[in-house]
Write a protein that binds this ligand. Structure first.
Ligand code: HEM
Length: 156
């Protein structure tokens, strides 16, 4: 395996856990804030920042894989029409990339809306809804069999 491909694939693979942890933390603090009617605190802001940083890094590695390093997408781009008839090639070259792009845009929009809200309860609610939607899309697109494509959970 080409070294550049190996490094970007490993970083992209492991970073999913930082994203999942960050997203769960945002959801946890938002639910806690709603239940206790507390202020939207620094912890909420920091977990949102952690989640978004993880997503931005994932996007960067994903774009490198997609356009440069991955032999799978390179193969798909050689004959895109034929690739669309192959469910695995279609998953990597269309579904995984585009649904995750949407998920990242949803998370980013959520964080902008949270900043714009002045009421703390509304901040918690906005963080909860937009993060939960982005996490659901991400979970659907992680290759763990849900869409018929499986990859190792831990890459060494
Ligand atoms: C939150 C967003 C994302 C998550 C959680 C995620 C997660 C993953 C995971 C777990 C793998 C399999 C890694 C392995 O085999 O160990 C993978 C592969 C891949 N991802 Fe993503 N990904 C995300 C976004 C993206 C985006 C936005 C793109 C493209 C623009 C992308 C492009 C790819 C490609 C091309 C591969 C396959 C590389 C190969 O095996 O040759 N990903 N992704």
């Amino acid at each position: 395996m080409d070294l550049f491909y190996k490094i970007s694939l490993n970083l992209h693979s492991w970073n999913r856990y930082a994203i999942l942890a960050g997203g769960l933390a945002v959801i946890f603090f938002a639910v806690k804030g709603l239940r206790t009617k507390s202020l939207y605190s620094d912890t909420g802001k920091k977990s949102m920042l952690f989640y978004l940083s993880g997503l931005h890094f994932q996007l960067l590695m994903g774009l490198l894989l997609y356009f440069v390093a991955s032999p799978i997408t390179t193969h798909a781009f050689n004959d895109f029409g034929a690739a669309m008839k192959d469910s695995t090639l279609r998953f990597w070259s269309v579904e995984h990339a585009f649904i995750n792009l949407i998920a990242i845009a949803v998370a980013q929009t959520g964080s902008i809306l949270v900043r714009r809200k002045t009421d703390d309860i509304r901040k918690h609610r906005t963080a909860l809804i937009w993060t939960a939607v982005s996490m659901a899309l991400i979970l659907l697109m992680i290759p763990m069999g849900l869409m018929g494509v499986d990859r190792p959970w831990f890459r060494f």
